[in-house]
Design a protein around this ligand. Sequence first.
Ligand code: UDP
Length: 254
Amino acid sequence: MKRRRMIYEGKAKILYEGPEAGTIVQYFKDDTTAFDATKKAVIEGKGVLNNRISEYLFGQLGAIGVPTHFIKRLNMREQLVKEVEIVPLEVVMRNVAAGSLAKRLGLTEGTPLPRSIIEYYYKNDSLHDPWVSEEHITAFGWASPQDLDDMVNLTIRINDFLTGLFLGVGIKLVDFKLEFGRLWENDYMRIVLADEISPDCCRLWDAVTNDKMDKDRFRRDMGGMMEAYSEVARRLGIMPESGQSEMKGPKLVQ
Ligand code: UDP
């Protein structure tokens, strides 16, 4: 069998050349990093859960007409996606003060924001993903005003939809990070949602107790990260019947 070509290895995923032109295989690792990858661990089974959770959320978003790169899940750790040109921005949507925003502006974590706020970070590891404004983005050409407009509109729709979806299963969507890509279809380009949506890149709090069900459990040494991610999957109704043990084996999931 011909060995497939690796295109890129990131902190939590590896991208391989897909079976057809214009496709990519996205492999979810168990590696977990925080604080610019200065803190690292391998959390067994995390990649399997993120693959399932992201598949589910991208599927739901696709069903309401949000264009995404997602094609299908291939197995426990891999999904087939469309090849896109990634816009070098992290688009963060916030509903409740937490993390870097709470720190920067001296807000108490958990304070609802007067309205939802979108922020942009320039994806550049050596610069530690600095916070940037729309002015920087268009002036340096990371995205055109039209691209930016599309990303903002999609982010607002995604936030409205996911806030309701999570609240329906007793989870508060505090904030999350999205990445977008340019998908070329002949001479026509459109902005689509790319990367992943999982507890690695969202803040998810239990709606009643405010218990953290996301990567903050790792960032803040709280423990119980797999249990929290499994609980998110279980509440979304996508946990395999037999529970977590099924997450580890080499068996293919249909
Ligand atoms: N986030 C992310 N990747 C990053 C930075 C942030 O997925 O490189 C997510 C993070 O999980 C949270 C949201 O974006 O849901 C806002 O993160 P914040 O700016 O508060 O930074 P943090 O406190 O995570 O450093």
